[in-house]
Design a protein around this ligand. Structure first.
Ligand code: TYC
Length: 102
């Protein structure tokens, strides 16, 4: 599109001003002990998945070692990791959860 010189300047200034905050994938890791049902429950409870989606993601983790469960701002991702690790520990499961920069 054709822009005047001042429109170019405005676009550049806007670009510099609205730098989007970084986002993070929350990742669940496989282990040999956590029951499949528990992982499905975690995915439904903390990542708002339906049974079908939760089962699909749980099986991806089981067969491939890990899967992304959602992408969030740093603060929300940290909260999810915290909630999952705490809930797993409360239930004596070794389920591990971490975050990766998107
Ligand atoms: N591998 C586990 C089992 O066979 C199931 C499992 C799936 C564990 C996903 C953790 O994040 C996980 N019971």
């Amino acid at each position: 599109k054709e822009l005047t010189e001042s429109q170019h300047d405005t676009e550049e200034l806007t670009k510099e001003r609205i730098d989007e905050p970084p986002r993070y994938h929350v990742v669940l890791l496989n282990d040999d002990y956590t029951p499949m049902d528990f992982v499905v429950e975690v995915l439904r409870r903390f990542f708002n998945m339906n049974s079908e989606k939760a089962t699909e993601i749980m099986l991806t983790i089981h067969y491939k070692g890990k899967a992304r469960c959602g992408t969030y701002s740093a603060e929300i991702a940290e909260t999810k990791v915290d909630q999952v690790v705490r809930y797993a520990a409360e239930n004596q499961h070794p389920l591990q959860c971490s975050m990766e920069k998107a």
